[in-house]
Design a protein around this ligand. Structure first.
Ligand code: CMC
Length: 393
């Protein structure tokens, strides 16, 4: 057993080389392909960031035009038969359950691009995933509320189109609010990649067997669903709702600190960031912008969140453990203000992270050092023994 290093949670194992995303957890720095997240969130839209993550460089104006208009837009519709697939689910299913299935089912609907040895085919799969995820997430939502599915409208931006597919109904005109469109686009940018987190590692591990990209990304969606990962924004908002009032914050903090309770402050703490998560700062700004636009400056949940943050950042329990707000602490409040239901938050995260997953999957496939993922174990079970007859067990 001495041959392998025991490293549960891969705290100290680098499983790949990557040129995509860099995080300095102590400084609270996040770079995509070398560019600071703050500058990307300010100067780029989500599809430019997607291009950057996929191809390594920001697009020129012509490259952007080609990527958006010749590629992504041509793939925003999903196969008509997919409606039947959605109709098989219970209406009260969690949208992530539907999304795991729908993304996996893309391998059945788009099997003409599942040859992973062909670069062209890999590119088509990547574009299909990026272009269709908003359509699938919006379909999961529409199905849950019993409204008709909305087809994509390709003269809108990627994010404007998504908002329309979510909130428009066929009989009525829908006008995209540019402030809300920009806020959601920023949520997408901030969630687009985060190096080897649990879901990305899952995509790489699944992909390392040579499975097709739709199957590998479906594995990522499944992993993202968990409350310690993508489910944290949903959990953070539920927590704020449960706390209910600013006056209840101190008692809640005491419950979190109690050694005998397993209550965590959701939206706080991060495996890598041991300083303020740079995404959380941007999300806090976005939160102000959206609440101002909607006249919700006095939103009680936002006030509660700010008070919780203030108390936690001054409390030795959190300070000594280097627990700071992460991106999910504020993104739930923004999404709620946009009208996105809580159980769809992780679906929004999946939509954005699909870009990172597919960029990481591509990088892995092209890496000559890539091997099938196969962690080892330290066996701590019974020594070798004989099987007794059933009468003597
Ligand atoms: N609230 C209270 N205590 C915490 C928290 C928290 N949110 N997070 C960590 N701790 C404590 C933990 O109890 C432990 O204390 P002690 O040393 O006394 O046992 C110490 O801090 C170290 O915790 P850990 O679990 O070893 O840390 P980790 O690096 O394994 O966990 C984490 C990282 C994100 C899973 C964890 O901080 C957590 O559960 N946070 C809440 C869920 C959350 O917000 N997740 C979103 C992560 S960011 C979005 C994403 O990338 O998906």
């Amino acid at each position: 057993t001495g041959k392998f290093t025991f490293d549960p949670g891969f705290m100290s194992t680098a499983a790949c080389n990557s040129t995509i995303t860099y995080i300095d957890g102590d400084k609270g720095e996040l770079l995509y392909r070398g560019y600071p997240i703050e500058q990307l969130a300010e100067k780029c839209d989500f599809l430019e960031v997607a291009y950057l993550l996929l191809k390594g460089e920001l697009p020129t104006a012509e490259q952007k035009d080609e990527f958006v208009n010749e590629k992504v837009i041509r793939h925003t519709m999903v196969h008509e038969q997919m409606k039947q697939f959605f109709n098989g689910f219970r209406r009260d299913a969690h949208p992530m359950a539907v999304l795991v299935a729908a993304v996996g089912a893309m391998s059945a609907f788009y099997h003409d691009s599942t040859d992973i040895t062909d670069a062209k085919s890999r590119e088509v799969s990547a574009i299909r995933l990026i272009a269709k995820l908003p359509t699938l997430v919006a379909m999961a939502y529409k199905y849950s509320v019993g409204q008709p599915f909305m087809y994509p409208k390709n003269d809108l931006s990627y994010t404007g189109n998504f908002l329309r597919m979510m909130f428009a109904v066929p009989a009525e005109e829908y006008v995209v609010n540019p402030v809300l469109e920009r806020a959601l686009d920023r949520i997408f940018i901030l969630h687009a990649d985060h190096e080897q987190n649990a879901s990305t590692s899952t995509v790489r591990l699944a992909g390392s067997s040579g499975t097709n990209p739709f199957a590998a990304i479906a594995a990522g969606v499944a992993c993202l669903w968990g409350p310690a990962h993508g489910g944290a924004n949903e959990a953070a908002l539920k927590m704020l709702e449960e706390i209910g009032h600013v006056d209840n914050v101190p008692a809640f903090i005491e419950k979190v600190k109690d050694k005998n309770s397993d209550v965590r402050l959701m939206g706080f703490g991060h495996r890598v960031y041991k300083n303020y998560d740079p995404r959380a700062k941007l999300m806090r700004e976005t939160c102000y912008e959206v609440l101002n636009e909607l006249g919700l400056q006095e939103d009680p949940l936002f006030k509660l969140a700010m008070e919780l943050e203030r108390i936690a950042l001054n409390d030795d329990y959190f300070v000594s453990r280097k627990l700071y707000p992460n991106v999910d602490f504020y993104s739930g409040i923004v999404q709620r203000a946009l009208g996105i239901p809580t159980d769809l938050f992780t679906g929004i995260f999946a939509l954005a992270r699909t870009v990172g997953w597919i960029a990481q999957w591509n990088e892995m496939i092209a890496d000559p050092e890539q091997k099938i993922g196969r962690p080892r174990q330290l066996y701590v079970g019974s020594p070798k023994r004989d099987v007794p007859d059933v009468s003597s067990r």
